[in-house]
Write a protein that binds this ligand. Structure first.
Ligand code: GRF
Length: 187
């Protein structure tokens, strides 16, 4: 049995997709963590009876509350799925190559601070890119710069709106993210 914890700041459709994927498998989603007490991901977690932890900036950056809980749950892999805060160094040190993030574009392009959600897709379309996609990468102390583990691509049509592109990218996320998590856990 392997244990994962998922950090999310928003809707959490990826988090829920991962929860569903691992329901009947040897992987336990032990905890959903969020920096936002009204994030929809918390409702999704509740619907699946997954415990949640909401923390504030001070407890996350200046205390070891989160670390203590993750250690007590024997978490093997930390998954960031739409989590917007930078991961503090103490967590990266405690979980070397055991924290992964999904980014809705083909890194190293369209990453970094401010490049999240619909902003990413707007920038891709404004730059008339012919393709976009997803990047799953290890987390290091700089936003979106950790080693890339996996990428998948989709076409960008000249007529695509940011919302249409977001849909295509989400489909790739649903298809590949659980699979990559499973692969990493079995390595
Ligand atoms: C996803 O597109 C993910 O790549 C990005 O944030 C979005 C989260 O979507 N990091 P959701 O909350 O899982 O629906």
């Amino acid at each position: 049995m392997k244990n994962i914890a998922i950090f999310a700041s928003g809707s959490g459709s990826n988090a829920e997709n991962i929860i569903k994927h691992f329901k009947a498998k040897n992987v336990h989603v032990k905890l959903i963590l969020s920096n936002k007490k009204d994030a929809y991901v918390l409702k999704r977690a509740e619907n699946h009876n997954i415990p949640v932890l909401v923390f504030n900036r001070d407890s996350f950056y200046n205390t070891d509350q989160v670390l203590i809980i993750l250690l007590s749950l024997e978490i093997d892999l930390i998954v960031l799925a739409g989590f917007l805060w930078l991961i503090p160094e103490y967590l990266i040190k405690a979980y070397p190559n055991k924290i992964i993030n999904i980014h809705p574009a083909l890194l190293p392009k369209y990453g970094g601070k401010g490049m999240y959600g619909i902003n990413v897709h707007k920038a891709v379309i404004e730059n008339k890119e012919k393709e976009s996609g997803i990047s799953i990468h290890y987390v290091n102390p700089v936003y979106d710069e950790g080693q890339i583990i996996f990428q998948a691509k989709c076409k960008v049509k000249a007529t695509d709106t940011p919302e249409e592109l977001a849909k295509k990218v989400h489909q790739l996320e649903y298809e590949y993210f659980p699979m990559i998590i499973e692969r990493l856990l079995s390595d």
